[in-house]
Write a protein that binds this ligand. Structure first.
Ligand SMILES: [Zn+2]
Length: 150
């Protein structure tokens, strides 16, 4: 399911936005996930490097997405941060059924916000990806217009 090498990903890029409970402080925070493509998109994970244009667009919507050190990868990667400064591990968000970005039915998918980023073309991103849960979110998620956010 996971591959890891710098490669080209194509627009459209969407942000998924949902809430997740911080494992450190117990507060519910907004978290985001980045996807590339339509129908059944790549859900980008373990992001180590991405173009400034994409990062700026993400940060404009969600400031708490930051580069931090990962013990698991022994390197830097982007993760969602809580206001308590703890980081959200990706596995429970993306890979556990019922996680913020792993809806198991349409009802849960419809609670997830979907924001298309104003980014075109292909971009080199160093990351891994998962496939298989994004299609339900793209189809049933709550669409939010970029212009209403910025
Ligand atoms: Zn916290």
């Amino acid at each position: 399911m996971h591959h890891h090498f710098p490669t080209s990903y194509s627009a459209p890029f969407h942000l998924f936005r949902a809430s997740a409970e911080c494992q450190e402080c117990g507060i519910s925070c907004q978290v985001i996930g980045l996807t590339s493509g339509t129908e059944e998109p790549f859900i980008l994970q373990e992001i180590k490097a991405l173009p400034e244009e994409l990062l700026s667009a993400i940060i404009a919507v969600h400031a708490n997405f930051e580069l931090c050190s990962s013990r698991k990868l022994n390197s830097l990667q982007f993760l969602n941060a809580c206001s308590c400064s703890a980081h959200f591990p990706e596995f429970p968000l993306f890979s556990l059924p019922g996680g913020a970005f792993f809806p198991t039915e349409e009802g849960q998918a419809s609670q997830i916000e979907v924001i298309e980023l104003p980014i075109h073309g292909e971009h080199e991103i160093e990351c891994s990806y998962g496939i298989g849960t994004g299609g339900l979110i793209l189809k049933h998620g709550k669409r939010i217009n970029w212009d209403s956010l910025t």
